[in-house]
Design a binder for this molecule. Structure first.
Ligand code: NAD
Length: 234
C-alpha cells in the first residue's frame, strides 16, 4: 500500500458479534414470528407501535449487559494513536466503540441509547424502556421513538461520510454483510475516489469482489492484527 494518512472504517454487526450481540442475519431474521425487517420500518411503527417499542426495549436492555471486545479495543487504540484523519462510520446502534474508548465515531444508523422526540425533534440519552410512553425530557410530550434509522429512512450524516471518503487513502470494511445500502456502496465510492480498499470479515461478504484485499476470520483476531500492522508500518 502507498502512503496512508486518511482512513475511513465502516463497521457492521460482525464487529459486535463476539460481544454477544446478534448480527442481523444471525438473529434468524425472526423475532416472535415477525421478520426483523418488518419491525424495523416506519410502517411497522405506525401499524403496531407496541410491538416495535418492545423489540427495541429488549435490544436496548441487552446491549447494556455486553462489553466491548478485542476488535473494538484495537480500533480505539488506532483512533488514539493515528495522527492522520480517521473516521469510524458504524452501522451499529450499540455503543461498544465508544465504551472501548474510540472518539472519532459516526453512527449512521442512530443509537440504541438515544430517544428521539417526534414532537420537538430533540434527541435525549435513554437507557430505560420506551414502551410505557414516557414524556420527552425536552418538551414533555409523550412522542419518543428509538433513535434508530429504520429500513426506508435516510441514514444520518451522509454528507460528512462522503466528505471523509473523498479524502480517504484507505477504506476498511469490518464485519458487515454488504447487503444494506447505502453503506454497502461505500467500497465502490471509495475506489472511484482513489482509496485503497480492505475487507475484514468472517467470510466473503456480498461485496467482497470490490475490495483490493480481503482478510477472513473473527473480528477479535483479524482486527487487532491489522491495527498492529498499520501502527508499526507508519
Ligand atoms: P449483517 O448481520 O447483515 O452482517 C454481519 C456480517 O458480519 C456478516 O457478513 C458476517 O459474516 C460477519 N460476521 C459475523 N460474525 C463475525 C465475527 N465474529 N467477526 C467478523 N465478522 C463477522 O450486519 P450489517 O452488515 O451490520 O447490516 C445489518 C444492519 O443491522 C445494520 O444496519 C445494523 O445497524 C443493524 N444491526 C446492528 C447491530 C448492533 O448495533 N450491534 C446488531 C444487529 C444488526
Amino acid at each position: 500500500m502507498n502512503q496512508i494518512r486518511n482512513i475511513v472504517i465502516l463497521t457492521g454487526a460482525g464487529v459486535s458479534a463476539e460481544s454477544g450481540i446478534d448480527t442481523f442475519r444471525d438473529a434468524g431474521g425472526l423475532w416472535e414470528q415477525h421478520r426483523v425487517e418488518d419491525v424495523a420500518t416506519p410502517e411497522a411503527f405506525a401499524r403496531d407501535p407496541e410491538l416495535v417499542l418492545r423489540f427495541y426495549d429488549m435490544r436496548r436492555e441487552a446491549i447494556q449487559t455486553k462489553q466491548p471486545n478485542a476488535a473494538h479495543h484495537a480500533l480505539a487504540r488506532l483512533d488514539a494513536e493515528w495522527r492522520g484523519e480517521l473516521l469510524i462510520v458504524t452501522q451499529n446502534v450499540d455503543d461498544l466503540h465508544e465504551r472501548a474508548g474510540a472518539t472519532r465515531v459516526l453512527h449512521m444508523h442512530g443509537e440504541h441509547l438515544n430517544a428521539w422526540c417526534t414532537a420537538c425533534d430533540e434527541r435525549s440519552p435513554w437507557t430505560g424502556p420506551l414502551l410505557d410512553r414516557p414524556a420527552c425530557p425536552e418538551c414533555g410530550v409523550a412522542a419518543l421513538r428509538p433513535d434508530v434509522v429504520w429500513f426506508g429512512e435516510m441514514p444520518y450524516r451522509m454528507e460528512e461520510i462522503f466528505a471523509a471518503l473523498r479524502e480517504a487513502d484507505l477504506f476498511v470494511s469490518i464485519g458487515t454483510s454488504g447487503a444494506v445500502y447505502p453503506a454497502a456502496g461505500f467500497v465502490r465510492n471509495a475506489r472511484e475516489l482513489g482509496a485503497a480498499t480492505l475487507e475484514l470479515n468472517l467470510e466473503p461478504s456480498q461485496g467482497s469482489s470490490w475490495f483490493d484485499e480481503s482478510r477472513h476470520g473473527p473480528a477479535t483476531e483479524v482486527v487487532p492484527a491489522w491495527v498492529d500492522e498499520l501502527l508499526t508500518r507508519k
